[in-house]
Design a protein around this ligand. Sequence first.
Ligand code: NAI
Length: 299
Amino acid sequence: MADLGFDGKVAIVTGAGGGLGREHSVLLASRGALVVVNDVGGAVDGTGGDATPGQLVVDEITGAGGEAVLDTNSVATPEGGAAIVQTAIDAYGKVDIVVNNAGILRDKSFHNLTPEFVDPVIDVHLRGAFNVTQPAWVLMREQGYGRVIVTASSAGIFGNFGQANYGAAKMGLVGLAHVLAQEGERYNIKANAVAPVAGTRMTREIFGDLADKLAPGLVSPVVAWLAHEDCPVSGHIYSVGGGRVARVFVGEGPGYMRTDGPLTLEDVRDHFEEIERTDDFTIMRNATEELRLLAKLLG
Ligand code: NAI
C-alpha cells in the first residue's frame, strides 16, 4: 500500500516547541501537511515564555523542505485559541487538523492543592482544547471535514498519585473527544484521544532509564493516523508509548437488575459481585445506546 500523505492539509499542533508536539509537527510536515507550530515556550509548570523553541521547530521543518509557521499564543484563553486558529487562516486559509497537545504540570497531593495549582492546569489542558478546537470546529463544520486529537493521560484514565488537577483535566479531554465524535459525525469530523507514554522534559525524572526507550517520536505515527483522512474511528482512546499501541475503552459490565420489585440497599449488597462483573461488557457508542439498552431491559 502507498505511504500516507497530508498534502494540502492544514494542521495546528499546540505545544509543538518540544517533546511530543515537536515530533507530531515534524512527522505531519514531512508528509506534506502545512503546520502551525504553536508554543508559548514556557517551563514545565507553565511559567515564562520564549518564542525560540517553536521557531527552532519551524526552522527544522522548513529546512527539510516542509511548510510551517510559528504561533506563540497561549491555548489557555479563548482569545489565545482564536488567535492560533487565525494564524492558520492567515497563513494557509483553513484548518483541517487540530492536535491538542500543549500541557503543563503542577503536581501536588490533593489535600495540598490550591487554585494556583489547579486553575492553570485546567486552563491549559482542558480549557485549552476548548479554546483552540472550538474556533477551528466552526470552520471544519463549514468545510465538512476535520480531525481533532486530544492528548489525554493514564494519570486521568487510570489515576496517578499526586495528579488530581492534571488527571481530572486529562479525563475531561476524553469526555470532550467522546462528545465531539458524536457532534462531528455528520460533518466528517473525527475526534480521538491519545494517552502517550514518552520520555520528554515533563517525564524524564519519573521514567528514569526507561525514558531512553520511550522516544516521543514513537507516539506521533498514531497521532498522524488519527489525523489522516483514512482514519476509520472516532471517539476512541489509544495508549501509545515505546512502539506499543493499544486501545483503551470505557466498557459497561452486564450488571444486575431487579425486576420483581424496587431495588433496595440490601439488593445492592447481596448482588455486588454481579454488579462488579467485567468479564462480559459492552462498549457504548454513545449515551443513547445505553438508554436504549435500559429501555429494552425495562420492557
Ligand atoms: P513538554 O513539556 O515537552 O511539552 C509541552 C509543551 O506545551 C511545551 O513545549 C510547552 O511550552 C507547551 N505549552 C505549555 N503551556 C502552553 C500554552 N498555554 N499554550 C501553548 N503551549 C503551551 O511535554 P510533553 O511530554 O511533550 O507533553 C505533551 C502533551 O502530552 C502534554 O499535554 C502532556 O500532558 C501529555 N502527556 C505526556 C506524557 C508523557 O509521557 N510525556 C504522558 C501523558 C500525557
